[in-house]
Design a protein around this ligand. Structure first.
Ligand code: ATP
Length: 668
């Protein structure tokens, strides 16, 4: 009897495999004005984008792989699809989809051209190659089998059509999406063609592509107006071991997200566009719901997500290509696509075998990472499975010298801002600890700050003074939370946070103390942290605060968010006096929910509510670096999903309030 593996045949699901996200920037097209606003570092798997709303900022995103316009179709395939195909041949399901604005290069990536074949033709070629080798390898006296079946459908305005069949104009409602007894979603009546050669596949596929709904928009002459899903079912029977492997590969070309003001759509196109954008929106919501481990995931809200259900949070391995157009005029679309992609990064699938270990992605800027090569997070294909892999590109450099220089310039801007920001975050944290009278912890934080700002004499002097204080037995006794010592600690701390011109110092008696702020007003920690510091430690006037809103805010946050900057600015304007907040949250007659809501209602960062709810320990536990800034929280939430926070909060009411607040915060 044959043992069946794959498609649910393996008994112990191993959760934890995330959807890999690969970013690809297409070349400039004819007629597009060239600029350097998007720069890719292939070796580091990241890209930086100049924030067109504030060109002094660059935004950095890291992915599992990142390709510039020079990347070849073969390179993309070999580095990303080959490992996945390996898994499919071992009985796993895998889904690959391309996301991006219209004209960003999705179809080019997934289908390609005869001269530059994309992921579909290359995958099919590799599968047939694998088939040939496997059949030839059969041990004498046994027979191996390797069957390939293919389906191809499109979802056009929420209606599913079989692309292998000519469109019947009378058939308006399309194919039905159903669920079988094992709760597997399938499309009823969708033809699965048995394919016996690559030539046959090419013939069938070319014919089917002609059935796909495309129409010219102002942005793309061959714009895809539908989502196209190619399903490849593989059944492998190993005669020697009597094992059967059933794997499935889905290759999906999503319709492009569109801004109708730019696509110049007529009424019908607008209708299509609405359906496209709605289904992509639902896809985004599904991704969000999965990331936040919501009890209800809105798969059913669109046909596409319903069909993709098993690929998003199900048993399938997943890979999303996010395609980017390089020109700065597409900044908003690029920004939106990158943010969408970083959400998708958080999906965890329950793969049934062969887990690939993912290095947790920390999206704050790693100072070393700008100069060193990251280790690969992709499993290398083994020759055993028959997929060869040419050497990948190595080294820091993008493919052109000009590109290299641009990248380095942007990266160094980013780097220096981040150093300041990290140092200031640590000083801010030290400040808090010193205010609490915890000199040891404050000192540790200052020493960490010194690593980012080694040449700051005031910082050195303060550390020295605190060290002497701690070493001296008489002073040690004094530091033990006596009001006097706490006051002294505060003064020391406040001296490090000297505000830029025009802002009052947090404490009044500091004029004689050395300041750790940089001589340039731009470098002032206060300036850098106005958008980030807990509000109750601020005394700046509202106009000062808004004028000084953190420049590094969007750089440091996980999703470098313009709207976040804006909302932080507006929140800063509404900053209340510290005593008001303390009064509200220390009112013992209020429930926790009331306290949280009170804290949230003044538009504070929702996570401050946790502090104010008296749960700083929870936050302490979840902060990766111990640096308590709004950015590190936002970053952590984005990297690990909202649910991580939620799970750490035992009180269901608080959790609900917190998650609601974070969502509200992220949506702003
Ligand atoms: N990597 C690339 N190399 C060369 N040309 C590319 C590349 N990526 C995209 N293009 C070209 O850019 C144009 C738009 O690409 P494509 O049609 O793939 O976009 P799309 O994202 O699929 O758009 P839509 O969603 O509207 O279908 C095409 O002319 C395509 O040939």
């Amino acid at each position: 009897m044959m043992t069946q593996l794959g498609q649910g045949g393996v008994s112990s699901p191993r959760p934890g495999i995330k959807i890999k996200v690969v970013c690809r920037v297409r070349p400039f097209l004819k007629g597009e004005e060239q600029d350097n606003s998007v720069q890719v570092n292939h070796a580091e798997r990241s890209l930086v984008v100049v924030n067109q709303r504030n060109p002094s900022e660059v935004l950095k995103y890291s992915f599992d792989n990142c390709y510039d316009s020079q990347a070849t179709q073969e390179e993309i395939f070999t580095e990303n699809l080959v490992p996945l195909l390996q898994e499919v041949c071992r009985g796993l399901d895998a889904t690959v989809f391309c996301y991006g604005m219209t004209g960003a290069g999705k179809t080019h990536t997934i289908q390609g051209t005869p001269d530059h074949p994309g992921l579909i033709p290359q995958s099919m070629k590799a599968i047939f190659q694998r088939q040939k080798e496997f059949l030839a390898k059969a041990t004498p006296g046994t027979s191996n089998k390797f069957d390939i079946q293919v389906s191809y459908m499109e979802i056009y305005k929420e209606t599913v059509f079989d692309l292998f069949k000519p469109r019947d104009p009378g058939m308006k409602e399309g194919l039905m999406v159903r669920e079988d007894a094992k709760r597997n979603v399938f499309v009823a009546g969708l033809e699965k063609k048995k394919i016996i050669s690559l030539e046959q596949f090419e013939l069938e596929f070319t014919k089917a592509c002609k059935n796909r709904a495309t129409a010219a928009t102002r942005l793309n002459q061959q714009s895809s107006r539908s989502h196209a899903i190619l399903g490849v079912d593989i059944k492998i029977e190993d005669g020697a071991t009597n094992k059967v492997f059933k794997g499935k590969l889905n290759l999906i070309d999503l319709a492009g997200s569109e801004d109708n003001r730019r696509t110049g759509n007529d009424a019908m196109r607008l209708d299509e566009s609405k359906a496209i954008n709605t289904s992509l929106l639902v896809l985004g919501k599904v991704v969000d719901a999965i990331n936040s481990r919501a009890s209800r995931i809105p798969y059913r809200d669109s046909k596409m997500t319903r069909i993709l259900q098993s690929s998003l949070g199900g048993k399938s391995l997943g890979m999303m290509f996010v395609n980017i157009a390089p020109a700065k005029k597409f900044f908003l679309e690029t920004y939106q696509a990158l943010n969408f992609a970083t959400k998708s990064k958080e999906i965890v699938n329950n793969a049934v075998a062969n887990e690939t270990k993912e290095i947790p992605r920390v999206r704050s800027i790693n100072l070393q990472s700008l100069t060193s090569k990251r280790p690969s997070t992709f499993s290398r294909p083994s020759s055993r499975l028959g997929f060869s892999r040419p050497p990948s590109r190595t080294g820091m450099e993008p493919k052109t010298e000009a590109g290299d220089a641009n990248y380095r310039e942007l990266a160094s801007r980013l780097n220096s801002n981040t150093k300041k920001s990290n140092a200031n975050a640590l000083i801010r944290y030290a400040n808090k600890k010193l205010e609490e009278g915890n000199i040891e912890e404050g000192l540790v934080s200052l020493r960490q700050a010194q690593e980012f700002s080694p040449d700051n004499p005031e910082l050195q002097a303060t550390i020295l003074r605190l060290e002497t204080k701690i070493k001296s037995p008489s002073k040690k006794a004094q530091t033990a939370n006596s009001p006097a010592s706490q006051g002294e600690a505060k003064v020391l701390a406040s001296s490090m946070l000297s505000p830029p011109r025009g802002l009052k110092r947090p404490f009044s008696n500091t004029s004689a103390l050395p300041s750790l702020s940089s001589p340039e007003p731009d470098d002032s920690p206060m300036k850098l942290f106005n958008g980030l510091t807990p509000r109750h430690s601020r005394t700046a006037s509202s106009t000062d605060v808004s004028a000084e809103t953190s420049k590094t805010d969007s750089l440091n946050s996980s999703t470098p968010s313009i709207s976040t900057c804006r909302s932080l600015r507006s929140r800063s304007r509404q900053a209340k006096a510290p005593s008001q907040i303390t009064a509200v949250t220390s009112d013992s007659s209020m429930t926790e929910e009331q306290k949280a809501n009170a804290a949230l209602s003044d538009r504070s960062h929702p996570l401050l509510a946790l502090f104010q709810m008296g749960k700083p320990d929870i936050l302490k536990g979840i902060w990766p670096s111990g640096v308590k800034t709004r950015n590190s929280v936002a970053e952590f939430v984005q990297t690990n999903g909202l649910s991580v926070l939620g799970d750490l909060i035992p009180d269901a009411v608080s959790k609900k309030v917190l998650l609601k607040a974070i969502r509200k915060f992220n949506a702003q």
